[in-house]
Design a protein around this ligand. Structure first.
Ligand SMILES: Nc1ncnc2c1ncn2[C@@H]1O[C@H](COP(=O)(O)OP(=O)(O)O)[C@@H](O)[C@H]1O
Ligand SMILES: [Mg+2]
Length: 286
């Protein structure tokens, strides 16, 4: 498509309503779970969307993935309004915008070797012939810190961190421009978390991909995001460069969130304790 001066993703005044009228109901009832949400993501940028459970983070991500209907406002990707795209999402959009979720095992067939998840993704997008898909899969596995041998493993034979690498490989192999990472490291232990975060950063430096990094964990978002938006009950209460949000939060709710998150206080006792635990983990593995 095109590029120009506009951001890669432009979310403007987004509203998302859910239909909560049961099947037997004749009157339509809705609840608004996202309202007035606006933010941009530039090419090669990571935007962190944080907030408590139920604040509307995943719903926002789902709208961008076209898995939730937009009730108001607009989402533009590369200048194109998503609400104007045909109902069946075009293949090009499904290639440009990928997702990585919290539980990689859930999206992998336990009876298939994990390499197949990659080759089938390529096949669905009509990329390469059999041999080319196979070598592309080997190549992408190496890029995410796995080996060619891992291609023939079953999901049950891999650790949580390795499975998340498979999920990242599957997203990345399509050379997307945006990856929605929804709690992508939330289920991992601290040392695996930092390995995956470093991997995502390296891949971004390498490919220029953008991330919408959704998490309830402020400690995590601090280490990966260029900018952060704080979501509360479906509305962004504050957004700005990560440093500003963490060092000088203006909004009371952001301040409360930070106070409740031990990992986001670099000087706090809890963080020092967590750092010692992390160090021990690293040494134990070495
Ligand atoms: N399909 C749905 N139908 C009705 N309500 C939903 C649906 N999905 C999510 N919700 C509600 O929308 C709100 C936001 O959910 P979600 O976006 O998953 O929050 P988060 O990811 O921040 O935890 C919650 O109150 C949730 O219960
Ligand atoms: Mg969620």
């Amino acid at each position: 498509m095109m590029n120009g001066n506009h951001p890669l993703l432009e979310v403007r005044d987004l509203r998302i309503d859910y239909d909560i009228s049961g099947a037997a109901s004749w009157r339509r009832r809705t609840i608004t779970v996202v309202q007035g949400v606006s933010f941009d993501i530039a090419p090669g940028e990571t935007y962190g969307l944080v907030g408590e459970s139920g604040s509307g983070k995943s719903t926002t991500g789902r709208a961008i993935l076209r898995l939730a209907d937009v009730s108001g406002g607009s989402v533009r990707f590369d200048g194109q309004d998503l609400t104007r795209l045909p109902k069946a999402t075009p293949l090009s959009y499904r290639r440009d915008v990928q997702a990585v979720y919290q539980d990689p095992a859930a999206s992998l067939n336990p009876r298939h070797r994990v390499g197949r998840a990659i080759t089938e993704t390529l096949q669905r997008h009509r990329i390469g012939d059999r041999a080319q898909r196979r070598s592309k899969a080997a190549e992408i596995f190496k890029k995410v810190g796995l080996t060619e041998e891992h291609l023939s493993r079953f999901p049950g034979q891999m650790s949580g961190g390795q499975l998340q690498r498979v999920a990242i490989a599957r997203a990345l192999v399509l050379e997307p421009r945006l990856i929605v990472c929804d709690e992508a490291v939330s289920a991992l232990d601290l040392s695996t978390q930092s390995q995956i975060i470093n991997l995502l950063k390296d891949l971004q430096a390498d490919t220029g991909v953008s991330y919408l990094f959704i998490t309830h964990d402020l400690g995590v978002v601090r280490h990966i995001s260029h900018r952060v938006g704080v979501l509360r009950r479906g509305e962004i209460v504050e957004q700005g460069p990560t440093r500003e949000i963490f060092e000088d939060p203006k909004d009371e709710y952001t301040q409360a969130l930070l106070a409740a998150s031990p990992a986001s206080h670099p000087s706090g006792r809890t963080e020092r304790r967590a750092a010692r635990v992390r160090q021990r983990i690293e040494m134990g593995k070495a």
